[in-house]
Structures are given as structure tokens and as C-alpha cells.
Design a protein around this ligand. Structure first.
Ligand code: ZN
Ligand code: ZN
Ligand code: FE
Length: 721
């Protein structure tokens, strides 16, 4: 009997075929293995199929992942040997692996004087090195990547073709002789000698200079994080006065010097995905993340980073090179054009980045992950669903933290973080991402799903496509994204708290309590509407909105604020109404004295978190429900009265929000889902989890608007097919 397996999952470019080869050889099986667009195909003959599968499952290479196996029995062909056959093009549904940081074996080779790749900045093997960012098309073969321009030298080719070598089919394989070239450029000067390059970069950094370093998915802007003049200069040049910078450290020991981390956070930081992990500060470095108690930290993940840290012993700022909210910059030319005046030097190389990919950002709450940005290392993220669908669905996400999702056959793919669709360049990047994934999977959508918002860029794009287009309410999509992650469909009590989203009643929602399943929702409660003053500007500067709300609750308290005079005669008829909890955070932060302005997204929440004291007990109930509105007027009054008493207000406010969720959960006896940007708040999450452990919330998918496209795709899969 001949057996044919179709193996679906991550099986390309991860050393899957050589593993199969070795197992087949050891069991003396005849047949072949090949990569097709659908996945790995294996044929074997004889009666050892169970033993073979068993061994395969047990000895999968570290990055391989089997999602599904289809087995067919066929007549004998009498193979002579076991072979690895070159990739075959057919329907393209194979999963694309995200990028992978350098592995331990490559690291030790790189630091081994006797190795031919000693200090080679592009060392990689089947278990590590780029994927998504260099892929032009699938299957993941060298000819379909930006490595196609570099022809392998004899030695590399030998390794590449030997199934028993760690570099067998390592698509970006290369060496000093045949690979990409590193170059350091400053002014009109250029250095290409690797031994000199890193010494020079170290010297520049020590002098307080600002540079750009090409990573996997784009450039980072870098400077010495311990040099406050350099950090300040970077802020001035980049016109980014406050928003925290991510820090890259030499190793985990260094991170522990500057940050307080627990075992779980350490596990996240050293994981092979090497995300930015948000952790508590120990040492305050001026200018990095002023006025808040945390840093985003990460470790080197490419050989280039390691070579750099070989020469320096201080942490560096490593922030995405872009103009704020635009996509990360991929090429030297673009860098020069957009940020030429920002950098003193550029560490560049001549392998093209095909697909941009930002760093991922996560944090740990208890033993769970909260995902803020799903990108390098995690995305594109592929899921297998338990049915095969015929029409192809494309979901377009939200306007901020945009992502797209695709559904076809039994697969769902979530794109990496795209960004905020507020500029021409970011909209172009959004379209480019759609086209990239269309090409990868020969995907032409039959149905589009997007947000209800009439003016989202994605809505405008969808309406121009001449395809059936379904619009899903933003906060319902948040909840659906959690349902997607945990494969849920029954009735839930769902709290969808975030910044802003367009409501069915044309108001701006954001503090919503639903009873929802996978086809519909009922809005049981929402935070009491208030006027959204100042539109986009009101998000940055919430003072007028805050004092206006206070005026409607207690005019005498409002009179204590100088803004009162500006709003006392305001006719509120013309303003949008909102139930947004994100805006309530801003209002509390302003009235309580935590902030003057909301310097960047999330600042209010983090300022409030800073002062939380878990020993503080809230005895008075400062909220009530009237009709279907959650009214926190009493709370707002107490906040304004106690302005400046930050610990008191922080504890009172966060405890009250947790109490609202816990109390409603007791009243409506259903399993609970939490989703939306407000739940990025670690302290709030901790309080809620300490009271109710059985809560669903997004963990491995973004809990903020980055997850919206997944919620939309879930709705499409469950309701349109
Ligand atoms: Zn490796
Ligand atoms: Zn070579
Ligand atoms: Fe949202």
C-alpha cells in the first residue's frame, strides 16, 4: 500500500523536509517528500505508516507546526529510494512563517573564530533567519525571495543541498563570499569593512550621535539610551516630544538592571519571537518614558544587533524609523527622503526588505499575554478553522492599528500591523498589504467585511470595489475577535470598552455592554452619553470636554477650572455624543490632575495606573444604572473634589470600573468576554482577574483595534457561508 499525506501547517522553510527525510531513511521507507502550495506532501510505501507519523510528530523541527493531516491510500508505485523533490506550484494555501530571530547554534558559530561565518552579519539556518519580510511569493523558495539576487557560492550551495545539513534549504543562506553586504554611511563617507563598521557605530553612539539601523522588517532609529542629550536630540529631530521609546538591551541580565521583571515576563522577552515586552521600570532613564512607570524592552534578534552589542555595554533606543503613525521605513532611499535630517549615520545592507514589519508589542498579566501589536515574529498569523469555506472573504479592520484578515478554504490569515490609516502613505501601505496577500494566496475576495464607520478609509476603499460589502459595528467586532481566538459561538456577556467606534445610532460608542453570540448582539448597557468636544483635538486635549461634563454634574466644581469660561455658554446640540470609556479615562486623568494634555494614545490610562494602590478599599458605590445607562456622575464629582490626590483617585477609579464589570457579571449570569483598547490597561485587568478568573479576553490576538479584522472575518465565516 502507498500512503499519501498532505501536511498542513507551518512546514515550509523550517527544516520539515529533511526531518521527514531522516525519519524515512531510519525506518527504511521508500517514497518522497515535497513542498506544494498547499503544504507538505509525503508519500511512503509499506506498513510502517503509524510508526512514521508518530516519529514525525515527536521529532518536528522547532519552528514547524502541523495543523492538519489528510491521508489517502493509493496503489503501490514501488519507489526505489526516499527522495526530497523540489517545490511544486499548485493552489497556494500554505502558511507563511513569520520572521525568526537568530538561533543559538548560529549565534555560537558567529562568535567562533574558526567558523567560516565568524562575525558574519547575515548568518542563518533552517531554524532561524528571515521569512515573511523577504518573501515575494510562495512557496518559500530562494527564487521567490529578495535573496534571489545573490547566487550561492560552492560551499553554501553544498550546505543548501545536503538534507543532513542544518542549512538544508535555508533560503537566505549566504556567507562572506556570496551574501549581502553591510555598509555604514555617514555624511558622504562609507565604510564596508565589517571589522571597522561596528567599532565605528559604537564610537558614534558613545558620542551621542543618532543613527538608523536596518533590521528585519525596517529601520530602527537608535541612540545611547543612557545619554539624555542624545535622547532629547532624537525627540527634537523626530518631533516626538513624549511618546515612550522602546529600549534594546544587550542581554536579559542588563534588562534586569534597569527593569523589574518576573519569570513570566522573562520568558516572553527571551522567547524566539523577541517581542517588545512592556515591563516595570527599576531605573529611570531621562527622556525615555517620562512620567510613567514602565518601559518597552527587547533583546537583539538579528546577527547585526548582536555584533553591535559586542562593542557597547549600554541600552539603546530602538524605535521604528517612520514619520509618526506611518508605516516603518524599508529602504535607504526612503529613509533619506523622509528622515535624512534626523540621522547622523545609517547602518544599511543590500538585501531588500520586501514586506515591512514592525516590532511586536506585548505584556504579561499574571500568567497571560496581552497583545498590543502583532507583527514581527508572530505575523502573518495563520489559523485553521474547522470548516472549509467556498467564497473568499477579506476583512478590512479598523482605521487605527489597521490590520487585514483573509479567509479561504479552511484558513484564516491575519496580517501584521499596518498602522493608522490617516495619511496617504499609510493608505498606500494598506493597499499594498492587501495586494501582497492576494498574490501570496492567489486570493481574489468574493466578499468584503469592514467597519460600520462611513468615513473609515477602509470603508471608502471597500465601497469602490464593486463587491458585496458587509459592515459590522466596531465594538461587536472586538467581541467577535475574542470569540474567534477561543472558537466560541454561544451567548456571552461582553464588555467592549475602547476609544471610539461608530455606533448603530450614529453616536460614538466605546463603553458598551452586550449580550452577544456569533451572529448578533444586543446592547444591554452603555456608559451614559456625554458631548465629545473638540473632535480629534479633544482626544489630545480633553480639558474642555472634561470641564463641560463636570459642569453638567456639578456647576460649582466646574467653576474651579479656568476652562469653565470657555464652555459655560456652550450649546451642546451640535456636538457628537459618546459613551467612550477611553475618553472617560482622559477626563478622569484631567480632572484628577494626572495630566494636562493627553500626550499620546494611552497616556491617560498609564498615568492613572502609576498611582494605583491595591491596599486601598473602595467602600462607597459611585455608579448606578438608569434605564440602560451606566452613570458615573458621582465618581466624576469625587474625582474633581479630590483633584491632586492621585493615589486615591487612581485606586477609586480603577476599582469602580472593575466593580461595574464584576457586578453586571453577577446580575447577568453568562460567561464573560472583555475586549477593546481599554483592556490594554494591565492594572484594570489584574483587578478584574483577581475577582473572576473565568473571563475570556484576547491574548494571542490584539485586544485593541488590531484585532478588529479578525472579528469581522469571524462574522463573515459564521454568517455568510
Ligand atoms: Zn540558525
Ligand atoms: Zn557562500
Ligand atoms: Fe476599538
Amino acid at each position: 500500500m502507498r500512503y499519501r499525506f498532505l501536511i498542513e501547517g507551518i512546514v515550509q522553510g523550517v527544516g520539515f523536509r529533511p526531518t521527514v527525510f531522516k525519519i524515512a531513511k531510519s525506518l527504511n521507507l521508500k517514497g518522497y517528500v515535497l513542498n506544494s502550495g498547499e503544504g507538505g506532501i509525503i508519500e511512503i510505501e509499506g506498513d510502517k505508516k503509524d510508526k512514521f507519523l508518530d516519529t514525525l510528530k515527536k521529532s518536528l523541527p522547532p519552528l514547524a507546526k502541523i495543523e492538519n493531516i489528510e491521508l489517502k491510500k493509493l496503489p503501490l508505485k514501488n519507489f526505489n529510494d526516499f527522495e526530497i523533490i523540489d517545490s511544486k506550484n499548485s493552489t497556494k494555501t500554505a502558511f507563511i512563517s513569520p520572521d525568526i530571530s537568530i538561533c543559538d547554534e548560529c549565534l555560537s558559530e558567529m562568535f567562533d573564530k574558526n567558523n567560516r561565518r565568524f562575525l558574519y552579519p547575515f548568518i542563518n539556518c533552517t531554524n532561524c533567519g528571515p521569512r515573511f519580510t523577504i518573501i515575494k511569493d510562495i512557496p518559500y523558495d530562494r527564487k521567490n525571495t529578495s535573496m534571489s539576487e545573490f547566487s550561492m557560492c560552492e560551499k553554501c550551495e553544498k550546505e543548501y543541498k545536503n538534507p543532513l545539513d542544518r542549512r538544508y534549504h535555508a533560503e537566505p543562506i549566504s556567507c562572506y563570499e556570496c551574501g549581502p553586504k553591510l555598509s555604514l554611511k555617514w555624511g558622504d563617507k562609507k565604510e564596508e569593512d565589517i571589522k571597522k563598521i561596528f567599532k565605528k557605530v559604537a564610537k558614534f553612539l558613545k558620542e551621542g550621535k543618532i543613527g538608523a539601523v536596518k533590521g528585519l522588517g525596517g529601520f530602527h532609529l537608535v541612540c545611547d539610551a543612557t545619554n539624555k542629550e542624545a535622547v532629547n536630540e532624537l525627540r527634537i529631530r523626530k518631533k516626538r516630544p513624549f511618546k515612550p521609546f522602546a529600549l534594546m538591551f544587550k542581554d536579559i541580565k542588563e534588562i534586569k538592571k534597569y527593569c523589574k521583571i518576573n519569570d513570566f515576563e522573562e520568558k516572553l522577552i527571551i522567547s524566539k519571537e523577541k517581542p517588545i515586552v512592556v515591563v516595570k521600570k527599576r531605573v529611570d532613564l531621562k527622556g525615555i518614558a517620562d512620567n510613567i512607570d514602565r518601559y518597552g524592552v527587547f533583546l537583539p534578534y538579528t546577527p547585526i544587533h548582536y555584533l553591535l552589542f559586542r562593542e557597547i555595554d549600554f541600552p539603546i533606543v530602538a524605535t521604528s524609523a517612520n514619520i509618526s503613525n506611518e508605516p516603518i521605513i524599508r529602504s535607504f532611499e526612503e529613509l533619506n527622503e523622509k528622515l535624512g535630517g534626523v540621522v547622523d549615520f545609517v547602518l544599511d545592507y543590500d538585501r531588500e526588505i520586501i514586506n515591512a514589519c514592525d516590532d511586536s508589542v506585548i505584556c504579561g498579566v499574571d500568567e497571560k499575554i496581552l497583545t498590543y501589536r502583532l507583527s514581527r515574529g508572530y505575523a502573518p498569523k495563520s489559523f485553521s478553522i474547522n470548516k472549509k469555506i467556498k467564497p473568499k472573504i477579506l476583512a478590512l479592520g479598523a482605521n487605527q492599528k489597521s490590520t487585514i484578515s483573509l479567509a479561504f478554504s479552511n484558513k484564516v490569515i491575519l496580517s501584521p500591523h499596518i498602522g493608522n490609516l490617516g495619511t496617504v502613505d499609510s493608505i498606500e501601505y494598506f493597499e499594498r498589504t492587501i495586494n501582497t496577500f492576494k498574490k501570496f494566496y492567489s486570493f481574489e475576495p468574493d466578499i468584503l467585511v469592514g467597519d460600520l464607520h462611513p468615513y473609515y478609509e477602509s470603508t471608502k476603499w471597500a465601497k469602490a470595489q464593486n463587491l458585496p460589502f458587509y459592515q459590522i459595528q466596531h465594538h461587536y467586532a472586538h467581541i467577535l475577535s475574542t470569540m474567534f481566538e477561543f472558537n466560541l459561538k454561544d451567548k456571552f456577556l461582553a464588555f467592549s470598552f475602547d476609544g471610539t467606534g461608530y455606533g448603530e445610532d450614529k453616536n460614538i460608542w466605546g463603553g458598551e455592554v452586550f449580550i452577544a453570540n456569533n451572529n448578533s448582539y444586543k446592547r444591554v448597557y452603555h456608559f451614559k452619553y456625554f458631548s465629545l468636544l473638540g473632535g480629534e483635538k479633544g482626544i489630545k486635549n480633553p480639558s474642555l470636554m472634561a470641564v463641560n461634563l463636570l459642569k453638567n454634574i456639578d456647576i460649582n466644581l466646574a467653576k474651579n477650572f479656568k476652562e469653565y469660561n470657555l464652555i459655560k455658554n456652550l450649546d451642546e446640540k451640535n456636538f457628537l455624543k459618546t459613551s467612550s470609556l477611553g475618553r472617560i479615562f482622559d477626563i478622569v486623568a484631567f480632572l484628577g490632575g494626572f495630566i494636562g494634555k493627553n500626550e499620546y494614545e494611552g497616556y491617560s490610562g498609564m498615568r492613572i495606573e502609576n498611582f494605583y494602590n491595591e491596599n486601598f478599599k473602595t467602600d462607597k458605590k459611585l455608579w448606578k444604572i438608569e434605564k440602560n445607562e451606566i452613570d458615573i456622575s458621582e465618581l466624576i464629582k469625587v474625582v474633581a473634589k479630590n483633584r491632586g490626590n492621585l493615589e486615591f483617585i487612581s485606586s477609586l477609579f480603577l476599582n469602580t470600573l472593575a466593580d461595574i464589570i464584576v457586578s453586571i457579571s453577577k446580575e447577568i449570569n453568562l460567561p464573560v468576554i472583555l475586549s477593546g483598547g481599554v483592556f490594554q490597561n494591565k492594572t484594570l485587568m489584574k483587578i478584574i482577574l483577581s475577582k473572576n478568573k473565568k473571563i475570556y479576553f484576547n491574548q494571542k490576538t490584539p485586544i485593541n483595534d488590531g484585532g478588529i479584522s479578525l472579528g469581522q472575518i469571524k462574522w463573515g465565516i459564521d454568517n455568510l457561508i
